[in-house]
Design a protein around this ligand. Sequence first.
Ligand code: FE
Ligand code: MN
Length: 336
Amino acid sequence: MNKAGILNNSTIDPNKILPMRYPWAREYYKTGVNNNWVPEEVPMMDDIELWKKSPERGGLTPEERRMILWNLGFFSTAESLTANNIVLAVYRHVTNPECRQYLLRQAFEEAIHTDMFIYCSDSLGLDPDEIYSMYESVPSIKAKDDFVIGMTSSIMDPNFKTDTTENIQKFIHDLFGYYVIMEGVFFYAGFAMMLQLLRQQKMVGIGEQFQYTLRDESVHLAFGSDLINTIVQENSEVWTDSFKQDLADKMKVAVDLEDAYAQDCLPRGIMGMNAEIIRQYLEHIADRRLERIGLEKIYGATNPFPWMSEIMDLKKEKNFFETRVTEYQTAGNLDW
Ligand code: FE
Ligand code: MN
């Protein structure tokens, strides 16, 4: 075990941030600050009007409403699950000060995202009891949440320490569960559906809120991946074939769960999206997530939504505000 690295480092004083050892953590912090936003900046008047309209008078179809409700139901509680894991588990074990600075920033962003779902529910006049219990009452949502919560059962023990090879693997397993699977896979079918709706100029307020959230999440995912990579580099004994296989197997289950969720959101396929194309997209992003942490890709699927990869590409994310949201709306008539 490496006692001079990012974990188990007895020489680290968590209060001394300078000099820094992990400049990538600092960069993500600054990127997060540059991306600052709050939900109230996004006007919701058009959404409220469209939400109230009947289908006969140009309102949303029942299928579109279901898709929106399912995504609000999933995300409204998923953001809190993620925040709790950062604060209660990850923060305790990552004592490096610049990483902790980013974790605090991420926790704040999760609070913004939680706020975004409060704001959307309020704006549309949704029943909070219904939305906030969907993670228990809708089986396809519950299955996703149960899966990630199950991936952290051992490290949520207050006596857990990253003091053995096996425990470092458990910790990486937790990071993989929340950063790679929750934020990297379980958020993305929802992002694709909501942004596709935005490209058709429907529910543009919620769509824009999802865009800002996606931009934040792409940074969370990048930080989590670099954190995993650093722990693995510094503790190479943990990176056994059987552990890598375990992570790859978890990814396969995650893709199937997200696929089932997407089919439940869009039972009949709408907006040019159907079960096959969403499955292909999930396989594509799963491969990208695996490769990002040095694992072999599983599926080899091409990206059916190139417009999504443009939005989420981290290199572009700093320019995101300059390319106004309307740019994506004009691309709504792409034929696919
Ligand atoms: Fe979030
Ligand atoms: Mn996040």
